[in-house]
Design a protein around this ligand. Structure first.
Ligand code: ATP
Length: 415
């Protein structure tokens, strides 16, 4: 308790320091704005490096976040390696990646908790914020750990950001109640934090973050501590809140399922670099590399060499067999290494099908795992072990002789 009181007093003091300095902050801001005006023409004439923005959604919205060629090192560790990211107003952008890929570092850079070792530009709402401290940036972070004050009521927790900004009591309460209404917790205003469930605490943290109306919400694995069912409910709730607020969300997760469900656009990170970015459909259906395919859950990845390219179809030689699949485009020559991928649920058991545009391999069935709604079956083929997902469990009875899948369900990519 003493610890929390101390933290609160410290935060209060910081905010007072900020309020006392407000005059000079205002002055510095005006100066910064003036310098922005003088550099606007310079900015517009400068070529913006390949910033890929959401193509299907929010096409006309201006970029609210622009990070251009950012690198960050912790001693010898390169946490971010020449990364450029942009997000549009109102976009739900997910930074996806395995542990240590640089997601948190990227978020901390946006929020101002980390200063990039090198960066060409870091802009929020068109304003260069590289030298702007965290508390002056118009964005708020929601953490997995909620970071709520346990000795304060729910209402006082939500009001907190308004209190340190000097908002009068009446307006504070009104806005806090409205924010709690947004997360469907209007009845908990007087409750204590320990009287809430994990999911409710996360919703209070969300209400506290949105009550100050930031331009952008940064969410650092906010559902990581919740159980499976609650996590799924909260995903839906977050999407609804995002829609209602039309606020830009930058969301961090290591879960591809979470990213696919919620995002307008996904940036997949690998070892401090962007492995691929695009809409959920693009990452799911057109992985550009073996890494993306594996991360997005493609169970069967077969290494081979390109035999020939015909339109969007690639013929690939894998262990003496020819497999045909979709090539997403880009220059590639026969003889180069490629990977052919197919999802387990796209495979069928049986003899070669009548349709011409299919791949077929002889197989013998190995073990299977019962998963309730489906059966995961393993088969041995000339190209190695293949995983098959069977929705009709009776399909696994007897020896089918082979497996087949449509050429259009087969993705060919670089290794
Ligand atoms: N304060 C630090 N000091 C030294 N190295 C750090 C520090 N913070 C992060 N790193 C290193 O930087 C790299 C990127 O870390 P980061 O936390 O950004 O990854 P992440 O994708 O968010 O991982 P996780 O999902 O586990 O949180 C890792 O190799 C990590 O060990």
């Amino acid at each position: 308790m003493a610890c929390w009181l101390l933290a609160e007093r410290l935060a209060d003091r910081l905010s007072r320091v900020r309020i006392i300095r407000d005059g000079s902050v205002g002055h510095r801001r005006a100066e910064r704005r003036r310098s922005l005006i003088t550099t606007t023409s310079e900015r517009s004439s400068r070529a913006t490096p390949d910033l890929k923005l959401g193509e299907k959604t929010k096409l006309n919205a201006p970029p609210i976040l622009e990070i251009v060629h950012a690198t960050h090192r912790y001693g010898d560790t390169v946490a971010l390696d020449d990364v450029s990211v942009a997000a549009r107003q109102g976009e739900f952008l997910t930074i996806l990646g395995e542990s240590g890929s640089g997601k948190t570092t990227l978020l901390r850079m946006i929020s101002g908790l980390e200063r990039p070792s090198e960066v060409q530009a870091l802009r929020l709402n068109g304003e260069d914020v590289v030298d702007l401290p965290a508390y002056e940036r118009n964005c708020t972070t929601v953490f997995q750990s909620y970071a709520l004050f346990p000795h304060l009521t729910v209402g006082k927790n939500v009001e907190y950001g308004l209190r340190v900004r000097g908002v009068p009591a009446g307006e504070r309460e009104e806005r806090a109640r409205a924010a709690l209404g947004m997360v469907r917790l209007e009845d908990t205003f007087e409750r204590r934090i320990h009287q809430l469930s994990g999911g409710q605490r996360q919703r209070v943290a969300l209400a506290r973050a949105i009550v100050t109306r930031p331009a952008m919400l940064l969410l650092d694995e906010p559902l990581g501590a919740l159980d499976e069912k609650l996590r799924q409910d909260m995903q839906v709730e977050l999407m609804e809140i995002h829609k209602r607020l039309s606020m830009t969300f930058v969301y961090i997760t290591h879960s591809q399922e979470e990213a696919l469900t919620m995002s307008d656009r996904i940036i997949l990170m690998r070892r401090g670099k962007i492995a691929q970015e695009g809409t959920p459909q693009e990452l799911f259906d057109q992985p550009a590399s073996r890494f993306t395919a594996a991360f997005m859950g493609v169970e069967n990845l077969m290494e081979g060499k390109l035999v020939a390219l015909q339109g969007d179809r690639a013929r690939v030689e894998v262990a003496g067999q020819v497999i045909v699949g979709r090539w997403p485009g880009g220059v590639i020559n026969p003889g180069e290494d490629v990977v052919a991928g197919v999802r387990a649920e796209r495979l069928h058991l049986g003899p070669p099908p009548a349709q011409a545009e299919a791949n077929w391999l002889p197989c013998s069935l190995q073990g299977s795992i019962y998963k309730g709604k489906y059966l995961d079956q393993t088969a041995t083929t000339p190209v190695g072990e293949i995983k098959i997902r069977l929705w009709e469990q009776s399909a696994a009875q007897g020896e089918p002789g082979g497996i087949w899948w449509k050429q259009s369900d087969c993705m060919v990519m670089r290794p």
